[in-house]
Structure formats: C-alpha cells, structure tokens
Design a protein around this ligand. Structure first.
Ligand code: EPS
Length: 359
C-alpha cells in the first residue's frame, strides 16, 4: 500500500548516492537549499570522523521538479561522494582494475561483515562494508527532506533532540563523554527523540497489523544503522493504567488531553497529539581499540579490522530518524487524503472532515 516509494543505490566510497522517489503529487514546493541544509545537519555533531571533513554533501535534483515545484513525475536525487577521487581504482566497476588494496578479512563484531559475507558469499569484507556503511543515510536524508517539505506545506513540522550519549543524560556532559571514548579508541551510542506536530487524526489504522502507524514508524527507525530499540511516547513499564493513559477533556467542542504519554498514537493511529518517537543507538562497531574476532581468510583468531570511522554519530542519527519518519508520514497522508496534486489533497482534506472536528 505504498504511495510514497523510494529506492536508493550507492556504495560508501563509490561515485555517489542515488534515489528515485515515486508517488509525489504535483504542486509541492521543493527547495534544494533546504535539502542541503539538512544534509549539513547530518554531517555535523560532536564525535564525527575524518570523512565528514572530506565531504560537503550537496544534492543534485535530476528530475521531477520544474520551477521549484513537483510535477507528479519521479524525483531523482544524486549526492556525489567527494572521497571517490581517492577510491576510483579500488571501487572501479572494471575487472581489469582488480586490486586487493583496502580488502580486509577480519570481521568487525557488531557490523554487517560476518553475516553479510556469508549471505552474499564474499571473501573481501569490503564488498559488504561499502553498502552497509551509514554513508547511505546521506541520500535517505535527502529523500526525507523532500518528504519534510511536503509535510511543511500541510502544516506538519518536526524537531529532534539528544536524550543521552553513553552514560551522560545532560547536554553539558555529552562532549566530555565523547572525548573520553575517543581518547581510549572506543565508541559511544545514545538515545534520541523525534517529535512531529500538526498531524491530523487517523493516520495509520487499527484494522490490520501492517497498517498500524507505530509499527510502520518502528520499522523505519529500527532499520537505521546501529538502532537497537524504538519507543513511542513514554515507557509504560511499571506504570498503572491510571498513571499512564492520557485522560480526555472538552475545550468547547474539541477533545483535548493534558498529557501525551502515548506519544500521539492510540490503536495504531495518530490521535492529534504530537508524535513522539525515541530510539536507542548502539556504539559504532568500528573501533580504533579493536575487538577480538576471527579472520575469515586464515580462520585464526585475531583483532578486528579498523577503518576510519566516527566516535559517536548520535546527533546525525536524529536527523536521519526525522527523515525516515517523514517518509512514513507522507505515505500515510497520501493514503488517507489521496490526490494527484496539492490542490486535490487540500480539497480532500477539507471534505474528509469527520463528525468530530478535532483538527
Ligand atoms: C559515514 C561515512 C563513513 C563513516 C560512517 C558514516 O565514511 P568512511 O567509512 O569513509 O569514514 O564515517 O560510517 C559508519 C559509521 C559505519 O558504521 O559504517 C557517513 O557519511 O555518515
């Protein structure tokens, strides 16, 4: 039931990253400057590695937009990997360029190296690293920023924040925590929160497991590299029903709440409150202080491969999570209100008002 669909392609050190988005109605303003600003946000954050000094991620819009507005046709996006200049021979598509430079065979525990190489029958673990790298999240942020602009046009906006880095739960301690990990060649994860506001009631549905919005949001966020847990709203563990559920009141004819423990979703549908999504990121598995592992070529115990990486990418992860959730929400908006143009969506939204005019 996907209306807003996209595929991405590209290796971390290949020529670049590509996406094709299908299903965007016509008439939506898309500003590449906004996409580039979001790409910059993804590159920032304390604890990023050397690669971010090489790249200045910039989107090239190849199709689907004319004079600033979507045409209804597929939108194709491209981000160049500047680092490709240094990898041209290593990442060449030509068999005559074959080289074992940058090949490696010592699995990094926690990365896709082991399972990916078994699954795809690859001896050189670089053939797995290149696509499993979090580099691909750059093009996902570009796609998600197209989605965000569609949402903004419909009065829906988002923000995010860092709740925890390593053991530090206060902003003042975040940098110190990252510095300490970096000094010892280690890495850190953390917890983020993303909030969307201005959502209409009834995105998602209670009628089927695969239409529940919390499930769809969880899948979109859980599949961001290194995410191990997703929560919607407040953790209800240990709370009683009367402590947890958000009681309802009337303000004129409007149904209102004084709390939002549910995080904006009840019965798999938006309930008009802010959508609050939290996610926990594990520490990045590429460590300067390597972990014990096995070398797949010698089948001997050894130390894991080290590849330039980040100490902590939790801030970047928040930007990626915003983007992923934005795509899910645009899809749900299109399912609920339909239409091939912005004008048609607005008309459907107006005509589709329910017996309770909450929003
Ligand atoms: C990333 C690019 C990568 C890594 C990082 C994210 O670049 P490189 O491998 O050239 O240093 O910095 O990838 C990972 C953390 C990972 O686990 O794969 C990026 O653009 O975000």
């Amino acid at each position: 039931m996907e209306k807003f669909r996209f595929l991405t392609a590209g290796e971390s050190h290949g020529k670049g990253l590509t996406a094709i988005i299908e299903g965007i109605p016509s008439g939506f303003e898309i500003n590449p400057d906004f996409i580039n600003a979001e790409l910059k946000r993804r590159q920032q954050g304390y604890g990023r590695g050397g690669r971010m000094k090489i790249e200045t991620d910039t989107v090239e819009i190849l199709s689907g937009i004319r004079f600033g507005k979507t045409l209804g046709s597929p939108v194709a996006l491209f981000i160049k990997n500047k680092d490709f200049e240094n990898w041209e021979k290593i990442m060449s598509i030509n068999p005559q360029d074959y080289t074992e430079e940058k090949s490696f065979s010592a699995y990094r525990p926690g990365h896709a190296d082991f399972a990916g190489s078994v699954k795809y029958n690859q001896k050189d673990l670089r053939n797995i690293l290149e696509r499993s790298s979090a580099r691909q999240t750059a093009i996902e942020v570009a796609v998600g920023t197209v989605a965000k602009q569609i949402l903004n046009t419909l009065g829906i906006s988002c923000s995010s924040k860092i709740l925890q880095i390593g053991k530090a739960a206060n902003e003042a301690d975040f940098h110190k925590e990252i510095d300490t990990a970096k000094e010892s060649g280690d890495t850190l994860g953390g917890k983020i929160e993303v909030i969307f506001s201005g959502l209409p009631v009834g995105l998602g549905s209670h009628v089927h497991w695969d239409r529940k919005l919390d499930g769809l949001v969880a899948q979109a966020v859980m599949s961001i590299p290194a995410i191990k847990a997703v929560e919607i709203g407040d953790n209800p563990l240990g709370l009683t029903g009367s402590e947890y559920h958000d009681e309802m009141y009337l303000e004129g004819e409007k149904v209102v709440r004084k709390t939002n423990h549910a995080g904006g979703i009840e019965g798999g549908m938006t309930n008009g409150e802010n959508l609050v999504v939290k996610a926990i990121m594990k520490p990045i598995p590429t460590l300067r202080k390597p972990l014990n592992t096995v070398d797949s070529s010698t089948m001997q115990e050894t130390q894991a491969h080290f590849e330039r990486s980040d100490t902590c990418a939790v801030e970047a992860c928040a930007v990626v999570a915003e983007a992923r959730i934005a795509c899910v929400l645009v899809n749900e908006i299109l399912l609920k209100f339909g239409g091939d143009s912005l004008e048609e969506i607005l008309k459907n939204k107006e005509h589709g008002k329910s017996h309770i005019d909450c929003f």
